[in-house]
Design a protein around this ligand. Structure first.
Ligand SMILES: NC(=O)c1ccc[n+]([C@@H]2O[C@H](COP(=O)([O-])OP(=O)(O)OC[C@H]3O[C@@H](n4cnc5c(N)ncnc54)[C@H](OP(=O)(O)O)[C@@H]3O)[C@@H](O)[C@H]2O)c1
Length: 274
């Protein structure tokens, strides 16, 4: 079981990825993102999840430099946005992201959404970047089973990660099972359902029992399901709170209680209709 904030999962290509990280969607470029990332690194986080679409890569890069932590101890993820999908445009988007971040390699580059008719070509560009040693791992986001099956028909390299919406209202059982069988690491976005679950009664009861907050219970549930998780916060006290989940373990019964909250309910778009 995951024992500390710096514990990692080994992806199918041997690269180690932290189980826990900071997401920075909707964090403003400039001071806000710089402070959030610096607070997280100071608290022991080693993984940061951004995207070209979030328009805060420059701030993420500044925070990385100012953190004083050696680059190789950090795990930095960014994503190619939908408008840039296609072979040449993805290669260019990668260079642009890397420049904004001020880095000379990435740890993980992801396809942000499965843009139909385009993602196979986009994937070829990611394979190129991977083979050229410019990124240590490549993956996708928001791929249903059918998208993955389709991609695998033409892919030379299997995605190492699939990052999708996952929380107690959307437990994605079929997709998780498929990813596990395929050795594709499952990663949760909006693990806290953007705050939508923080007044749930079942979760409140469980939280009280372990003397933890609801956010901590949900994030611990992620880890016990072997799901990589990247909650977002700009508040230092919450950044610390969210990562204080390595001193308790949910019982099997409580894991199942949380599983049973599933309603297949999304707060983001369905990848088939977005
Ligand atoms: N690949 C994709 O398509 C995709 C899509 C969406 C998100 N993501 C990634 O996943 C990350 C996480 O998802 P998300 O940002 O959508 O949502 P989230 O992490 O589920 O929730 C973030 C919200 O919860 C609040 N919050 C955080 N910790 C809290 C706590 N302990 N107590 C109370 N409220 C708390 C935050 O507010 P404060 O900031 O005010 O604390 C923020 O409003 C993103 O930042 C992004 O990196 C990826």
């Amino acid at each position: 079981m995951v024992k500390s904030l710096q514990d990692t999962v080994t992806l199918h290509n041997g690269v180690k990825m932290p189980w826990f990280g900071l997401g920075v969607y909707k964090v403003n470029e400039g001071e806000e993102v710089i402070q959030a990332v610096k607070s997280a690194i100071k608290a022991g986080y080693r993984s940061i999840d951004t995207a070209a679409y979030y328009k805060n890569e420059e701030g993420v890069g500044i925070a990385i430099k100012e953190s004083g932590i050696p680059r190789e101890e950090l795990f930095i993820t960014t994503k190619v946005w939908n408008d840039d999908q296609g072979y040449d445009s993805t290669l260019k988007a990668f260079d642009d992201s890397l420049n904004r971040l001020g880095l000379d390699y990435l740890d993980l580059y992801l396809i942000h959404w499965p843009v139909s008719g385009k993602y196979r070509e986009t994937w070829k560009a990611l394979e190129r970047l991977y083979k050229d040693g410019r990124v240590r791992a490549i993956g996708v986001c928001n791929f249903h089973v059918h998208h993955l099956e389709d991609l695998l028909q033409s892919a030379e390299i299997k995605p190492m990660v699939n990052q999708v919406e996952f929380h107690p209202r959307l437990t994605q059982e079929e997709l998780r099972k498929y990813c596990k069988e395929q050795n594709i690491q499952f990663e949760a976005w909006s693990p806290l359902m953007r705050g939508g679950l923080l007044d749930n009664e079942t979760l409140a009861e469980i939280a009280e029992k372990y003397n933890k907050t609801i956010a901590q219970v949900i994030l611990r549930w992620d880890l016990q399901h072997e799901v990589v998780t990247i909650p977002k916060s700009t508040k230092e006290h919450r950044i610390i709170e969210n990562a204080s989940i390595f001193d308790f373990e949910l019982s099997q019964e409580d894991m199942e209680k949380i599983d049973s909250l599933n309603k297949n309910e999304r707060i983001g778009p369905d990848p088939d209709t977005f």
